[in-house]
Design a binder for this molecule. Structure first.
Ligand code: ATR
Length: 292
């Protein structure tokens, strides 16, 4: 009799740079779970067929990254409330009765901030920069922490307004353009824009970060990101990149599949070592959307 090992994968385009196989393989070894996890390159337009084929071959679950998170949202039979809100799915759980879809990006961010770094979001003034898929994916879990209020600021202010309306029943959410931030202060500024891809920072007014405030960039890289450096220049008490979020969103997915929580600290440390090792392979990416 042959034993089949439970199969998982991440699907995206591109995918070769994904850290997910490394992360989940470390989680499996650490928790003694017998599973295999690989990266699958899927051509644009091919997600549904690829996910169906993976499931038909006995696959137990998938992670989904750029550009297929909306396709996965449509593909799922049942959505978690947070995935429904996010309009995007990054984790699929294949169950006998159907396909469950979830989005672990936001919980990953919140866990990194609160558990790994000991922060509290309750009662805080939060500024979320950006109004694209990355911002939308983290809004519901952020608001669930009951901040005093959350302002979404975006280069295109109307997009921020659209998001604020969409999430307004979950807490105090407002929206504006960057210029309108003058004279305002925040305890936590989260960068969910793609400005870092151009190594730039959104144009923020001086003094927008409150004394003792934190900065968090959803991006991470081998070197400190432009936004992490900006936070340091502003005197942030913590100026963090998104590597912890990347590992935490993976841990949430691992738990959904295996009902076991892996320890994330050693895995974050292993990836951080790799990312800063001079001879190591370079890792750079966008935690929520790039899974890189
Ligand atoms: P993602 O899924 O990564 O969020 P997206 O949906 O294309 O990608 O959204 C990119 C976000 O980064 C948007 O908020 C975009 O602002 P606009 O809505 O005005 O386009 C923002 N962004 C991209 N480049 C930027 C830059 N150089 N400065 C400021 N914001 C930028």
């Amino acid at each position: 009799m042959t034993t089949t090992i439970d199969q998982y994968a991440v699907m995206g385009h591109p995918i070769a740079h994904s850290q997910s196989p490394r992360i989940h393989t470390l989680f499996a070894a650490q928790t003694g779970q017998a599973l295999e996890y690989r990266a699958i390159l899927v051509e644009p337009g091919g997600f549904t067929a690829a996910a169906r084929a993976f499931r038909a071959a006995g696959g137990k679950g998938l992670n989904v990254t750029v550009p297929f998170k909306q396709d996965a949202w449509v593909f799922a039979d049942i959505l978690s409330a947070r995935a429904e809100r996010a309009g995007a799915v990054n984790t699929l759980i294949f169950e006998p009765g159907g396909v469950r879809g979830d989005n672990t990006d936001g919980p990953g961010l919140v866990r990194d901030l609160t558990v790994n770094h000991g922060g509290s979001l309750a009662g805080q003034r939060i500024l979320l920069l950006g109004a694209g898929g990355a911002a939308r994916g983290v809004l519901q879990p952020l608001l669930a922490e009951r901040p005093a209020h959350l302002v979404i600021a975006n280069r295109t202010a109307e997009k921020a307004l659209g998001l604020a309306v969409r999430f307004s029943d979950l807490g105090r959410v407002a929206a504006c353009g960057f210029a309108e931030l003058a004279g305002r202060q925040f305890d936590l500024i989260i960068n969910a824009t793609a400005a870092g891809l151009e190594d730039t920072v959104p144009p923020l007014p001086e003094g927008v970060l409150a004394d003792g405030g934190w900065c968090y960039d959803l991006m991470y890289g081998r070197e400190p990101t432009a936004f992490v450096l900006w936070g340091q220049e502003q005197g942030a008490a913590r100026s963090l990149d998104g590597l912890g979020m990347l590992v935490e969103q993976a841990a949430e997915a691992f738990h959904l599949w295996r009902s076991v929580w892996p320890e994330t600290g050693p895995v974050i440390a292993a990836l951080r070592d790799l990312s800063y090792a001079k001879s190591g392979s370079k890792i750079t990416g966008f935690a929520p959307t790039g899974d890189s």
